[in-house]
Design a protein around this ligand. Sequence first.
Ligand SMILES: Cc1cc2nc3c(=O)[nH]c(=O)nc-3n(C[C@H](O)[C@H](O)[C@H](O)COP(=O)(O)OP(=O)(O)OC[C@H]3O[C@@H](n4cnc5c(N)ncnc54)[C@H](O)[C@@H]3O)c2cc1C
Length: 415
Amino acid sequence: MPTNAVEHTVIIGAGQAGIQVADSLRAEGYAGAITILNDEAAFPYQRPPLSKDYLGADSTGTALPLRGPDFFAAKDVTLHAGAAVAVDTAARSVTLADGTALDYTHLVFATGAANRPLPCPGAALEGVHALRTLDDAERLQRSLSSARRVVVIGAGFIGLEFAAAARARGLEVTVLEFAARPMGRALSATASDWFTDRHRADAIDLRLNEGVAAIQQDGTGLVVESSSGNRYPADLVLYGVGVLPRTELAEAAGLATDNGILVDSALRTNVEGVLAVGDCASFPHASTGSLTRLESVQNATDHGRHAARSIMGHNGDYAETPWFWSTQGSIRLQIAGISEPTDEPVVLGDPATGKFSIALLREGVLAAVESVNSAADHIAARKLVGRGLRLDPETLADPGFSLKALAKAGIPIPA
Ligand SMILES: Cc1cc2nc3c(=O)[nH]c(=O)nc-3n(C[C@H](O)[C@H](O)[C@H](O)COP(=O)(O)OP(=O)(O)OC[C@H]3O[C@@H](n4cnc5c(N)ncnc54)[C@H](O)[C@@H]3O)c2cc1C
């Protein structure tokens, strides 16, 4: 593909969002040079399987690539090994760890997020793990084969996915969560309570309202001491207590940040020619305008596409409906939209069957749908959520009601 050497887009970070920017730029007809900086040793890979299939007893230990091996040559995209260590936005130049300087016409921060550290004594002991990268997953996979008792700190998505994977390997699994519900930040109380019962039924010892005070090493292994004084012996500890956006380089370069690199609805930062996408970006929510930062493949991918269009001069507003999935053992959770604790939940189907959805109404408008082992509902919900669709709880709860049928029928434009 011929390139216009005057134009050069440099993308910092070879994750889901960064690779998508490059792919979409070419799809949009961008003729300039494209360089992606990769600070990880591995060829760009997908993170979601790392807390799921990758940890299975029969795992091949191979990561799934984000794009096939031919992608970079075919699209004339340079994958450059090494971290960006400084950005000079006045000179439009990026300095890499090896001292190389790259001039850019557009710069995209796709630096992702890093695990929030566990704030307790003993967090750095051997046998205490976090999970973000392929390196982390490789270490965990090795440790799992000799572990018998596992303690998971944090009942968020990563913690529960890992707990289910460890349980499926026959290990004794205890999960400690300091809040009153698992996945409480992202799920309705109704769904969260269902997951509590379900994981307990699968013999995962899920302890709620149980914070962690310290981790100690004793003669036979590790002991996790809770804030209520309980002691949980473990051969392996995994903590998943959230992530922090990687903004350090952007901040040093003078970009505005607020729980992420601040961008406008075209994903542009406060500095001309510089954009930010994916887990590291804090962007205005399409309908409320409030600052939003999301950690999901959908967000990273749709941001990547939108940023590419922005670079090509199409400065439309980013307005994609967020969606997310999590696989916890045999349970597939899919969420469309973002719920709030005050939303009204309406259960569709029978949770006892292990296959149902929960519609969340905000002042009568469909704001989000959580689906458990109900892919058809989720696909329909992605078409329905975010359209201002007003529904009454009685209609939704009727056994004859179907999200799929509603989506197929077409949605009336709200007045
Ligand atoms: C274990 C795990 C399971 C997940 N499961 C799901 C799931 O089931 N569903 C879902 O929707 N989402 C899931 N996610 C979240 C999803 O993977 C992320 O939201 C997505 O990968 C974000 O993409 P990103 O490109 O913004 O960031 P990242 O994937 O974090 O990529 C950013 C890259 O930038 C690099 N970088 C940072 N600073 C520099 C620098 N200075 N120079 C060069 N490179 C730099 C980082 O090392 C990293 O490689 C999961 C995440 C994890 C960790």
